[in-house]
Design a binder for this molecule. Sequence first.
Ligand code: ADP
Length: 995
Amino acid sequence: MLGAHGIGLSLLDSLGAIVWLADVNDLSLSFLNRQASTLLGITRSDAETHSSILSRVHHDDQAGLREVCRAVAATGTSRPVDYRIVGGGKLVPLSGHVHAVRAEAGDTLLGLAFVGLAASAQEPAESPRGAALEAREHGSGAGDDAVAMHAAAGPLSARRAARLRRIEDIIDNVDGIVWEVDADTFRFRYVSAHAEQILGYPVARWIDEPSFWVDHIHPDDRHWCLALCKDATARGIPHRFEYRMIAADGRVVWLRDYVRVVMENDRPSLLRGVMVDISEWKNVQAEREKTVSLLRTTLDSTADGILVTASDGSTINAYNEQFVKMWRLPSHVLEQGSDEQALATVLDQIADPDAFHAKVRWLYESPEEESYDIVAFKDGRLFERYSRPQRLGQDVIGRVWSFRDVTRRFRAEAERDRLLVAERRLRADAERAHGRMAFLAEASRKLAAAPLDVHPTLVAVVELMVPALARWCAIVLPEGACASGRPTTAATHDSPTIADRLCPLLCRYPPGADDPIGFTDVMASGQPLVAPSVPDEALRAAARDEAHLALLRALGSTPRMLVPLMIQGRAIGVLAMGAKTMGSHFSPEDQALVEELGRRCGTALENMRLYREVQEALRRKEESLALLDTLFSSAPVGLAFLDAEMRYVRSNRALAVNIHRRSPEEEAGMTLHQVLPELAPRVEPYIRRVLDTGEPLVGIEISGAVPATPDHGRHWLASYYPVRTARGDLLGVGVVVVDLTDQKRAEEVRGKLYQEAQEAIRVRDDFLSIASHELKTPLATLTLRLEQISRRLRDGQPVDKEPIVRALAQVERLTALTNDLLDVSRIAAGRLTIRAEQVSLGELAREAVANASMGLQKHAIVMVEPFDDLVVVGDRSRLAQVLANLLDNAVKYSPSGGTIRVALSKHDGEALLSVTDPGIGIPKEQQGMLFARYFRARNAPITSYGGLGLGLYISRDIVERHGGRIGMESEVGRGSTFTVALPLEGPREEHARPS
Ligand code: ADP
């Protein structure tokens, strides 16, 4: 493949690159080009003695190189590598690719080839694209080996032939294009087979097309590439540059071209070089740059200080800004790159420099060790220090130190620990407080549980204290202290036998003036007492007897605490307790707790007393209410309460049922107008006035119809009272209603009776004066006539008939008067007899008219009678008496004279007999009494009209005894008609009553 082997070694030597070939397994060198030989200080023949390339590589880079070689051998793919060669007392960084070298025919791996450049040679390459390289070795030039190569064209020794073959292999396996161009035209004279593999153009095109290379340079790179090449060529110096070419398939391929100028007669004749496909490396490099920048950024932005040293600490390889700041290192110290120097600078800051230094030394001597510790500074800073080996693959290639300033964290942690301790203490306090609160709550619950019964409550409280807080506990209430008024004691002790006796003993020996326990003092002072145990001698001195001593010992042999039970600043009892042992004592918290309990006991006892009082007051109030209620509902008078809106709030049955015709329940909430529609307009103003003025209105008479008695009016006496709360606020109006209807009626009756009585008295008085007048008048006349007759008889004169007749008339009149009086007494005694006989009324009437008409001058009596005779069954003389009386009255009460009509008629089986006169008539209001005994109408004074007022009374009795009726119609000044109706069939048995 090398074609005219003329190129061969001289080409490799003239590349300007460093080329070595090594064994896959131990990297022992089998070939070096001239540059490599010079750099490594190994002759080519030495190379063949198989010294390893690693022997010349810097210790720190050996692992990296080995790793790359291993990977290339395994994959067959070229890889980039950077490493440093140690030679001539200095380090030369190399950068290039390791390639796999294979036998032409097959896959057999012959070795690994490195093709690269010394980095020092790269350093001028500030431009990323490339740079001209100054030839480093001018000494031998290409001449010797070119000669050798040309010589090699002749017959070759077997060893030389083998070597040449290896060179051919190298060239062909070099993962690059080996080429040769004309220095003037840049036209290719030779190009290796790889050209086609890398760029895809047939080798022939490279050779045939005069400007092939220039044409296929990436347009962006073409200009400067040409310029650079031309310049370097003109100057005859080797150069290297990186640029892009466009591949046959359009890909952009990054190439690194190593170019050497072959001079002929001091002018450049040929250029020889190798183009290496660095596309992948470029990518990796870009990637690595990214990674490095990422790492760098990370390193710089981390809060930790980072230092990377050689694993033995000999050099400083890297560090970040934070490290510089944290360690306060002057920049020149780090720039020197010596960790020993840096260490010396910082040691005086460190609290324990010896230990610090010893630790660093130990870690440099133990490259595999990791460590973590805290570095304390004299100024109080604290750094967390991590140190771990930096590895490449399996190899330790350095040591990474990282430092973190944990001063604040440690301080915060210390503060946190301090707070934690404080918090625990507070929590414990809170828990104890909570316990005490729970205890108090439980005690309060017990105190509130039995509001009426003091003793069980106190027992519950003392039992709560023992044994939780005390060995014994007692509550002593002297006489009169609590609601019961009796002395009360509750006590308990953690020894059951003492507990049983404690209470009886406390009752038997109530604390006196010399009480050594302190009950009396606390009671008197109202102040709590915390006291140590009482010496036994003192107890014995105070004890009245053995039992008392036992009591005092039970209470006084350990420290004790007594608190007063206070009510309104006054001690009403003592809560006392003893510590559990001689040595124990009551803490201030215990004391506060028990004092609080004492206060609560006091309050609870006061509450019990108040509760009892309230209960008692309530009971009394309920009794009063019940009494009032009974009175209210059963009172015979109507009672009601109306609110300010005049709604019935409450009313009793006497009012609701008897007057309103509703049940009290029904009318509750109703308004006055709803309950009493008719009366409300009259009642409302009274109630309104009471509401407005707050003054009562008493004894108001009200009459009217109410729902209970809609048809007749009733009368009430009503009183309205303001109803107020205890504070005087007006609630409404209380109504008291007394029904006066019966009383009114009785009064009316009484008035009527009174009037009647008055009338009767008047009638009687009238009667007496009338009777005496009526009797005296005929008697006087009679006496006068009889004296006249007697005188005549004494004088012997003849006696005239006329005075005798007149005297007889007076006697008749007296008789009639007497008969009337007799009839009255008969009627009153029920002894008036009626005979039963056929009486012709026509006949009777005619007779009576005839009798009455005698001696009349101003009057005329006419009679009208039917054709038929009207016959009734009765007493003829009595009926004649009735008719005579009527005619007598008609004449008498018609003082002006006139015609009197007597009419007989028949109607509905009755005979009607009427007498009509044109006389004075009878006042309407007196007509009803006309038939009463002794009655005389006011318009008929006795001075004008005689008569005892008996005729009509007797007549009515007679007519009624005949089963008939008597009635009248009259008008004052116009006259009267009296009518008698008698049954025509004759009187029935009951009517014709035998008297
Ligand atoms: P007296 O003997 O007084 O008339 P009576 O019983 O007959 O008694 O009448 C009672 C009263 O009735 C009279 O006092 C008179 O006032 C009145 N009276 C009776 N008849 C008449 C009459 N025809 N016209 C007017 N008054 C009469």
